[in-house]
Design a protein around this ligand. Structure first.
Ligand SMILES: CC(C)(COP(=O)(O)OP(=O)(O)OC[C@H]1O[C@@H](n2cnc3c(N)ncnc32)[C@H](O)[C@@H]1OP(=O)(O)O)[C@@H](O)C(=O)NCCC(=O)NCCS
Length: 207
């Protein structure tokens, strides 16, 4: 197990460095360029943002990782609203990826979320990464993603109970908190504050 890092809450003086890290981590991964540094910038002021779960990971005097959480909900078929949480952006510096840091940061933050009372987490992402930390495809548990038909297999929409049995017998639909849907031209304008970086169309991107 690694012991060359520390995890602490983000402070205002970290904001720029963490936005830079987020931009570096996501750049050209899911689309040419990325929106996530702007998403993070906006979400810190969102009422659903959870400041107690806004973590940075440091190693060798620099920030190499970050994750933040948002309160969200499942709209149950029974008519109830079930409060859960989601998280992201989650970022690891490009030169530190695939060395286990993302998993360490994720698990640390999940334990903190559990202690804060979150019963479950939902996330859109890769089962390759999240499956190793206990996430399962949500549709197999009766929780459906708003943007897809209920009959669809949605391998990228994942869920994890933090409190065992929390989602027992629950069927419903999940929608990402509204704050995640940012205006792309505003994101573009925000990105212009950073040093220019080439946008590339690469295989495997989603958009
Ligand atoms: C995704 C991310 C946070 C993972 O952090 P990391 O430190 O690189 O991941 P870890 O080293 O802890 O990975 C553990 C395992 O998860 C799997 N994994 C990691 N990244 C993966 C990816 N992008 N796709 C599929 N599986 C992945 C691998 O099996 C890996 O083990 P291996 O390296 O022995 O094969 C990081 O790579 C990152 O910042 N990526 C860009 C931004 C991003 O995609 N964020 C998540 C959006 S949902």
């Amino acid at each position: 197990m690694k012991n060359d890092y520390t995890i602490r809450l983000e402070t205002k003086s970290d904001y720029r460095e963490v936005e830079y890290l987020t931009r570096e981590a996501f750049w050209n991964v899911y689309r040419p360029g990325c929106l996530e540094h702007y998403v993070l910038h906006v979400l810190r002021n969102d009422p659903a943002f959870v400041p107690e779960l806004d973590f940075v990971m440091e190693r060798g005097g620099r920030i190499i990782g970050h994750v933040m959480y948002m309160r969200s909900q499942i709209q149950a078929d029974s008519g109830h609203t079930i409060p859960i949480m989601t998280f992201g952006p989650i970022s690891i510096a490009p030169d530190c990826k695939r060395q286990g840091y993302g998993t360490i940061l994720l698990r640390h933050s999940m334990e903190a979320a559990r202690k804060l009372g979150a019963g479950a987490l939902a996330i859109t992402g890769s089962i390759g990464f999240y499956g190793k930390s206990g996430f399962v495809v949500a549709s197999t548990k009766g929780i459906h993603y708003f943007a897809e038909p209920r009959s669809a297999e949605v391998p990228y929409f994942l869920i994890r109970e933090l409190e065992p049995g929390f989602l027992e017998g629950v069927a419903g639909t999940y929608q990402d908190p509204a704050g995640y849907f940012v205006d792309e031209s505003a994101a573009e304008a925000f990105d212009a504050q950073f040093s220019p970086k080439e946008k590339l169309k690469l295989p495997g991107q989603l958009a």
